[in-house]
Write a protein that binds this ligand. Structure first.
Ligand code: ADP
Ligand code: MG
Length: 247
């Protein structure tokens, strides 16, 4: 007999890094209520690289912000690594954000008065248990992974768009998060650089083993991922699994 802790449903759920159930989110603009998510369901397996594709206004950023614990849903459930985010207080939520989740944004969001090294080191400063030497090692390793080991002292405004996004990728990965959320990370880049950034994200996914959820409205960028989710009017309306991931 299979012991209860090995029952199939348990085994499956232990591999799920994200579970979203019946998620609703509306925004209030004056008198108008804007439904952004309307009963959305989603599962992400640990280690998976998933693209979320949908037109502008379909709810992609809303979903990423909710999964990333940057905003709260009206209704429904989100579990990150089995933890129901509704059960967490603000401190526990920031801890979850800092330890489990890395974020990459369309506009890079680097701090202009910090150099490349300092931008990437920043999420580690919150780790009270970490020494300066440990922070330095992790930061340099993350920057080496994105090919910027020779740019440690550079200022963000002296870098190209592609280099800035590499810094942002290093910053998202430096904490070794289980989940990386990338909200249109290539939207401000030319198409050649955009393809290079996708390649780098795929490489980081296989090298570091983190789960990636990458959203875009650009169909050209998605032919190399393992799984494509289509979002429309605040709901997932299609899932395409690609065996080889096209790599
Ligand atoms: P996407 O990222 O796919 O473009 P969003 O999640 O940003 O979509 O938006 C979904 C819907 O919610 C859109 O109709 C958008 O106008 C609306 N919306 C998003 N953020 C806000 C906000 N802060 N206030 C009001 N409406 C918003
Ligand atoms: Mg968006």
């Amino acid at each position: 007999m299979i012991p209860p802790e090995m029952a199939p449903s348990k085994m499956i759920s232990s591999d799920l890094i994200v579970q979203v159930r019946d998620l609703y989110k509306t925004y209030q603009l004056g008198e108008t209520t804007i439904p952004a998510l309307r009963g959305l369901n989603l599962d992400l397996q640990a280690g998976e690289f998933t693209a979320l594709i949908g037109s502008s206004g379909s709810g992609k950023s809303t979903l990423l912000n909710l999964i990333g614990c940057l905003d709260e849903a009206d209704q429904g459930q989100i579990k990150i690594a089995g933890i129901d985010v509704k059960s967490l207080n603000e401190n526990q939520k920031s801890d979850l954000r800092n330890r489990k989740i890395g974020y990459i944004f369309q506009s890079f969001n680097l701090v202009p008065v910090l150099n490349v090294f300092e931008n990437v080191e920043m999420p580690l400063i919150l780790r009270e248990e970490m020494t300066t030497a440990e922070r330095k090692d992790l930061t340099e390793a993350a920057l080496k992974d994105v090919g910027l080991e020779d740019f440690l002292k550079h200022w963000p405004d002296k870098l190209s768009g592609g280099q800035r996004q590499r810094v942002a990728i290093a910053r998202a990965l430096v904490t070794q998060p289980a989940l990386v959320l990338a909200d249109e990370p290539t939207a401000n880049l030319d198409s050649k650089t955009a393809h290079m950034i996708i390649d780098l994200l795929l490489e980081m996914n296989s090298k570091r083993g983190a789960t990636f959820l990458f959203c875009s409205h650009d169909e050209k960028l998605i032919n190399r991922v393992q799984k494509i989710l289509r979002i429309s009017d605040g709901k997932i309306d299609g899932i395409t699994a690609i065996n080889s991931g096209g790599r």
